[in-house]
Ligand binder design. Sequence first.
Ligand SMILES: [Zn+2]
Length: 261
Amino acid sequence: MKKRREFLKVSMAASAGFWLPGQRNFPQTATSDIMAIAAHPGDGMFSMGAVVAQHIANGGGGTFLSLSLGERGHNSIPTTEYGRLQQEAMEQAANSLGASASFLNYPDAEIPFNEEASLVVCDEIRKVKPSIIVTHWEGSWHKDHKNCYQIVQYARFYAGLKTLERTHPAHYVGQLFYAENWEDMDGFQLDTYLDITSVFDKWQSACALFPMWRGETGFRYNDYYKSLATMRGCLSGFTQAAALAAATSTGKKNEGILRKY
Ligand SMILES: [Zn+2]
């Protein structure tokens, strides 16, 4: 058992991150990219940022796509200014992790789930050509998060559809994971632990670039996500870990099998 674990660790260090669900012996190549698609910049960095940072540390590339700027999330800073602060924070934070950041201009709280949005995200996926997407789980009380989940389902399908002509050629994304997010916990069933110990400090510093990280918007993001990573680490045998739910190749239901990477 110990040997098996060591083998996985060695393989993991040489690869770029995850294995396809059910195919433990097929690691990603070191050049693969991960794409975090979130409704708001804070979601991308706080709930998906450590996963992106770990993938980059393992030799891959990373991109954060925010569907809105989350500009309506602060009670005292005007929306235009807060949107700018959010964008700047995300750009700096992504840069500090070696990732890139891009943004769509849907209004915060009004991200639509429709064909147009799904095709726009399809185009972003085709542009980045990730092998892994990480996004929101559908069981959220936040309508933007729910819509982001739905958009990603459609966008992933459209991105891989060869007969759908867009600016960029079709690209099939083999792996889809849902991140653990305090607002998206309804029915969230983790099946994957990712060791984020080596990137934990860097990721925490990146998160601290956001005003909301320090509790300015009412929720103590810093305490929650720091504690969560530590708690998941306790349960998985790592110092710090991220918990994820893997989607099947075609759908939303995860397999319910625990994996550690
Ligand atoms: Zn959000």
